[in-house]
Design a protein around this ligand. Structure first.
Ligand SMILES: Cc1cc2nc3c(=O)[nH]c(=O)nc-3n(C[C@H](O)[C@H](O)[C@H](O)COP(=O)(O)OP(=O)(O)OC[C@H]3O[C@@H](n4cnc5c(N)ncnc54)[C@H](O)[C@@H]3O)c2cc1C
Length: 464
């Protein structure tokens, strides 16, 4: 999408007073790269600002507010739902130059960082002190802490350790109204006032720009073990997931892939599965070395039901890598067979996974769109991949209805439209199916209080 530029010379001059020339882009050709994310939606902003600290962010937000200029925060643009795309143009605020560690406090188990640090860079810093931060999106090497918080992004470890909402102590931020706020605490308990930290987490840059985040650290486990369990059918695999989650040894990852995904891996790699394989679980356990062998035995016992075809526990790092390779082969295989696939990350209660997968199979058949499913089974967070070909006229006609029915099925099963990828632009038309009108009105009022001129990420999150 291209638009007419609309920043006034007065606004640009005032911006140049706040930032150095190295902190500002105004040429269209330079701004293009800041107009898209992994959703592949593109709107080029009129300018890009690279503030380096809280005070510069404050000055930029206050200026945008005075001039009513739309302002979209951007981490690294790896989001999949278009939340960082500046729909109305205006100014993109990139946090690329905000990568400082403000305070590392190993004794109190927290680190305070600027939001532009990548997840992996932060993990490397805290690992040297024996810690990790649990949220682990597979894009960790590229995505920013600010993006992780704004989307409440997580990964496999959420099943045991939770998402950013469970792993952030407090924030420093600038509201859309141009006010500085500090939320939360530096302690692991605290109950003074409303929980603004968790309100800002997941708000997709619509309420405030996060300028500092105090992250709660967890001690690194001494060791890990991996198990691969293959089942004849989805019911047996899901029965095992529910049984595993009911007992006290919680895995640090409990991943699932369905039978169609197994077929795809078979076709596109030399990884072999038993002929009758209908579903696979990858189970990762972490903890103290002296307990892990016993934990593996207990989980193997619980995972063993009448549908189990094989259970393999890795004894060496090489064996563990080989087991994970089956799961990792899936994403490239999917990209090869369907470059335009639509990937939704819906979530349902664990016991509803079979009903979800069967419902999806029926939709795939009805609309002649192949659907492949895998994901974080311990959380019921399933990545539903609609392998849609835009050049196939039947699929092109059916895709919108099929997607709507995927969401309706999810909600009927007491699920939610997104487990970790957020609403952004992609899911905007659907959120009033999940949220009731009164809740949406309350959210709109909160948005108005934080951002009365609607400058922060306008036209996002709420239904049009
Ligand atoms: C290959 C690949 C693998 C992925 N794997 C996972 C996965 O396993 N799990 C998962 O959850 N996601 C995954 N993602 C999606 C994506 O990486 C995450 O959503 C990530 O958290 C986005 O971070 P980002 O820095 O790129 O944010 P961006 O995409 O730049 O922005 C995301 C949102 O955050 C807002 N924002 C950014 N910084 C701030 C700030 N400082 N203050 C306020 N708002 C801000 C933006 O306005 C936008 O709304 C994956 C993406 C790719 C491409």
């Amino acid at each position: 999408m291209s638009r007419e530029k609309k920043l006034t010379p007065e606004f640009v001059a005032a911006l140049a007073d706040i930032l150095t020339p190295e902190q500002l882009l105004t040429e269209t050709a330079d701004c293009v790269a800041y107009g898209y994310d992994n959703s592949r939606i593109q709107v080029t902003p009129d300018a890009v600002a690279f503030p380096s600290n809280h005070d510069e962010v404050l000055a930029v937000v206050q200026l945008c507010n005075r001039h009513h200029v739309p302002l979209t925060a951007r981490g690294r643009g790896t989001g999949t739902t278009g939340a960082s795309v500046p729909l109305r143009g205006g100014l993109v605020l990139s946090t690329e130059q905000m990568q400082d560690v403000i305070e590392l406090n190993p004794d109190d188990r927290y680190i305070t960082v600027q939001p532009g640090l990548t997840n992996q860079a932060m993990q490397n810093i805290v690992a040297a002190h024996g810690y990790f931060w649990p949220p682990d999106p597979s894009s960790a090497a590229y995505c920013s802490i600010g993006g992780n918080l704004a989307y409440n992004s997580a990964g496999p470890r959420a099943v045991k350790y939770g998402t950013p909402r469970e792993n952030v102590l407090g924030l420093r931020a600038v509201t859309g109204n141009g006010d500085s706020i500090r939320t939360g605490v530096f302690t692991t308990k605290g109950v003074v006032g409303f929980d603004l930290t968790r309100l800002l987490i997941g708000s997709e840059g619509t309420l405030a720009i996060i300028t500092e985040a105090t992250l709660k650290l967890s001690p690194l486990a001494e060791d890990k073990r991996i198990l691969q369990a293959i089942y004849s059918d989805i019911e047996s695999a899901t029965r095992a997931v529910a049984d595993i989650m009911k007992q006290p040894i919680i895995p640090c990852a409990l991943e699932f892939i369905d039978g169609r995904a197994i077929d795809l891996i078979r076709q596109s790699s030399d990884i072999s599965f038993p002929d009758a394989a209908g579903a696979m679980l990858m189970i990762e356990l972490d903890g103290a070395q002296q307990h892990l062998d016993a934990d593996v035995e207990k989980i193997a016992e619980v995972a063993n039901n009448s549908g189990l075809l094989s259970l393999t526990a890795a004894k060496t790092t090489e064996e563990a890598t080989a087991l994970w390779n089956a799961r990792k082969a899936l994403s490239p295989a999917l990209r090869n067979v369907a470059p335009n696939k639509i990937n939704e990350d819906i979530v349902v209660p664990v016991s509803s996974i079979p009903a979800l997968i069967h419902g999806l199979e029926q939709l795939a058949e009805k609309y002649t769109i192949p659907i492949i499913n895998f994901g974080h089974a311990g959380n019921g967070n399933i990545h539903v991949n609609l392998l849609y070909d835009p050049n196939n006229p039947v699929q092109a006609e059916n895709i919108d209805t099929c997607l709507e029915q995927v969401f309706d099925l999810t909600l009927k099963l007491k699920g939610s439209l997104s487990g970790e990828h957020g609403v952004g632009i992609s899911k905007q038309p659907f959120i009033d199916r999940e949220l009731d009108p009164t809740s949406l009105q309350l959210m709109q009022k909160i948005k108005n209080d934080f951002d009365p001129n609607n400058i922060l990420n306008p036209d996002k999150l709420f239904p049009g």
